[in-house]
Write a protein that binds this ligand. Structure first.
Ligand code: MUC
Ligand code: MG
Length: 366
């Protein structure tokens, strides 16, 4: 079970409609498919979604770091040499999506070699997750219409509303329109992607106090150190660190500094191995977690489902698992299906999914 090669393949699939939020917008899934080949003839796969507005990675930088640094460091290692792999990749700072995709592709290859699903190897807590849908910026009536459509088509009743626009009253109006439309039938929470200042966030939260929001995520920059702590003390619901807590060290700093009191765990940036460590930190500190999404395609979404289903704490809340619905196509032979507001793991070995070679040939850009 030795690694014989690591490939990084760029591909692009247009979105039917773009997702807009305070730190950026996404019009096409310009991702990188990572394949880890082994001498057992088995190949593991995962996707790396570049998010320059969060991590500085681009499609080209992911390909370069995989081809030039990580692949030569990893070829020859056994699939079970996980600590060695991570120690070697750790010598290069940053590049979280590239490292995460390699980690998950290695787990996929390991599961395939052992003929076991990765979700069972990780923890095997349950076989499905409830789905939370992310609603991007649009006029309030369009946001309500999207949520209604998603509820009627897929049975989803948890919505993360993107906020962080100026003036903040735009977002307050959107959240109010959603609550008025749905009444108590849905869960609503907000994600500001650092768009507001601490004082704007506090005013917005005050004006939304009657809307029964369950979480507030990354409303203002973590670099506004004292303002952020001041805000978190006043926030009536758990304050989720996303972009500010992308590795175990940042998690510790954010939580101990009082700059957040809940965590978004994203397999797209911490893979399975480091996500598991962050989950253990969260559990040890008594901190709630949300399974986040980095605007993943179906392969990345399956990675989130595999991880989230493996553990009690990640399976508790609805995971953010529906961004792929906005893509015009995808790479899997059997597309993911959200039914009754849930997504299920697959019973096959590894991640339980296969890449369709014709689709890859059509969308690959190299
Ligand atoms: C989120 O939770 O912030 C937007 C940017 C990104 O990296 O992920 C998304 C969703
Ligand atoms: Mg977020």
């Amino acid at each position: 079970m030795k690694i014989t090669g690591v490939e990084a393949i760029p591909y692009a699939i247009p979105y039917r409609k773009p997702l807009r939020f305070a730190s950026g917008e996404v019009h096409a899934a310009e991702h990188v498919l990572v394949r880890v080949h082994t001498d057992a003839g088995v190949t593991g796969v995962a996707e790396a979604p570049p998010r320059p507005f969060t991590y500085g990675e681009t499609q080209q930088s992911i390909i370069a770091v995989v081809d030039r640094i990580f692949a030569p460091e990893l070829v020859g290692l056994k699939l079970t040499d996980r600590e060695v792999m991570h120690a070697r990749m750790h010598r290069t700072v940053g590049n979280p999506a590239a490292k995460a995709a390699i980690d998950m592709a290695v787990w996929d290859a390991l599961g395939r070699c052992l003929d076991l699903p990765v979700t069972e190897l990780l923890g095997g807590f349950t076989d499905h997750l409830r789905v939370s849908h992310m609603i991007g910026f649009a006029p309030p009536e369009k946001m309500v219409a999207e949520a209604e459509q998603v509820r009627s088509d897929y049975g989803i009743t948890t919505f993360k509303v993107k906020v962080g626009r100026r003036p903040y009253t735009l977002d307050v109006a959107a959240c109010r329109a959603l609550r008025e439309h749905f009444g108590a039938d849905v869960e609503l929470y907000v994600d500001g992607n650092r768009g507001w200042s601490a004082s704007e966030s506090a005013r917005a939260l005050r004006e939304m106090d009657d809307l029964d929001l369950t979480l507030a995520e990354e409303l203002c920059p973590a670099d506004d150190v004292l303002g952020r702590r001041w805000l978190v003390q006043r926030c009536p619901v758990p304050f989720v660190a996303d972009e500010s807590a992308t590795n175990p060290g940042e998690v510790t700093r954010e939580l101990l500094a009082g700059s957040a009191n809940a965590l978004s765990i994203k397999t797209a940036r911490t893979g399975f191995t480091t996500s598991h460590r962050i989950l253990a930190q969260a559990e040890g500190l008594g901190t709630e977690v949300v399974l986040g999404n980095q605007i993943d395609g179906q392969l990345g979404t399956m990675c989130s489902v595999v991880f989230g289903s493996a553990f009690a704490a990640t399976a508790r809340r609805a995971g953010e698992l529906s961004n792929f619905l906005d893509m015009s196509d995808d790479l899997l032979t059997e597309p993911l299906q959200i039914r009754d507001g849930t997504l299920a793991v697959r019973s096959g070995p590894g991640l339980g999914v296969q890449i369709d070679p014709d689709k890859l040939a059509h969308y690959r850009q190299d």
